[in-house]
Design a protein around this ligand. Structure first.
Ligand code: C2E
Ligand code: CA
Ligand code: CA
Ligand code: CA
Length: 278
């Protein structure tokens, strides 16, 4: 037991050292990653529960590190935010995703594109400009772009951030509140936010088919969305049972592995046109 304890301590010490070595490695390599072409986008479908078809996709960034392999966004978005790289990274994401999406809808498909935005980009005061440039560069109509911001915009009580979001709506873009319910959402703030879509965190969805209280809670989020005139998207729909409960509760938009995994742009036409949520 003693030896195990010692090993445990040593193992966790080593793990910490390894973790911080990995972090500094990633921080060192990230600035050149865009130029070296190591970033790419994948797209996850969002389906309409009633329509039973794909209504949009969410763009998710991937980093294929030449030695470390695929690095999840949760590991490098934060680094980019700390190192002042988030704006250039986000510009690349906006330009790439709008260009790939413009090609996807060129044949007449009616699909929205969701792009995740860091609150740091809003704070940098160039988001509206960068979105405008991406729309002009790609030819994508503004109403097809949905900008996803997280609840952290609520933490920053700078009115100008909300004004910037309102400016995006005025351009014709859709603004959504991501990970709703995960953290700090204040109902009082929610009514003031210039957002049209609530993306309900997948923490809500995971217990929906086993715990009636969770189902009741999700039902009230759906009602809340209706009251505020916002569409509600359920994230993290992994099973058919969850899809059925969500549909019964009146949740109209569904996203998650059961609907479809994120795929490269080239695979989307087959996914979208041949969609079958069985
Ligand atoms: P998010 O915006 O909440 O994106 C949804 C995440 O949930 C994605 O993880 C997606 O792959 C994962 N997911 C989708 N369906 C399911 C499911 O049924 N079950 C489970 N367990 N997971 C599911 P991913 O791609 O690793 O992205 C993680 C986060 O990184 C995103 O969370 C978003 O906050 C951030 N992110 C991704 N791409 C970008 C980007 O281009 N810019 C910025 N600023 N952030 C990004
Ligand atoms: Ca998102
Ligand atoms: Ca501005
Ligand atoms: Ca989310």
């Amino acid at each position: 037991v003693k030896a195990q304890g010692k090993n445990g301590v040593r193992a966790s010490g080593e793990a910490l050292v390894e973790e911080s070595a990995r972090r500094s490695r990633l921080a060192r390599d990230l600035p050149g990653a865009i130029a070296r072409g190591e970033l790419r986008m994948v797209y996850q479908p969002v389906a309409g529960a009633e329509e039973r078809r794909v209504l949009g996709v969410e763009a998710l960034v991937r980093w294929d590190h030449p030695e470390l392999g695929p690095v999840p966004p949760e590991e490098f978005i934060g680094l980019a935010e700390d190192d002042g790289l988030i704006v250039p990274l986000q510009r690349w994401v906006l330009a790439t995703a709008t260009a790939e999406h413009a090609r996807l809808v060129a044949g007449g498909r009616d699909l929205k594109l969701g792009v995740n935005i860091s609150v740091r980009h809003l704070q940098a005061r160039c988001l509206v400009e960068d979105v405008t440039r991406a729309l002009e560069g790609s030819g994508l109509p503004a109403h097809l772009l949905m900008v996803e911001v997280t609840e952290s915009v609520l933490m920053d009580d700078d009115e100008r951030l909300l004004a910037e979001l309102a400016e995006l709506s005025a351009l014709g873009c859709v603004v959504s509140l991501d990970d709703f319910g995960k953290g700090y959402s204040s109902l009082a703030y929610l009514a003031r936010l210039p957002v049209q879509v609530l993306k309900m965190d997948r923490g809500f969805v995971s217990g929906i088919d086993t715990d009636p209280r969770v189902a009741a809670l999700v039902g009230s989020v759906v009602d809340l969305g209706r009251t505020l005139g916002m569409d509600v998207v359920a994230e993290g729909v992994e099973t058919r049972a969850q899809l059925e409960v969500l549909t019964a509760l009146g949740c109209r938009f569904l996203q998650g592995w059961h609907i479809g995994r994120p795929v490269p742009a080239a695979d989307l036409p087959a996914r979208v046109d041949g969609f079958d949520p069985a």
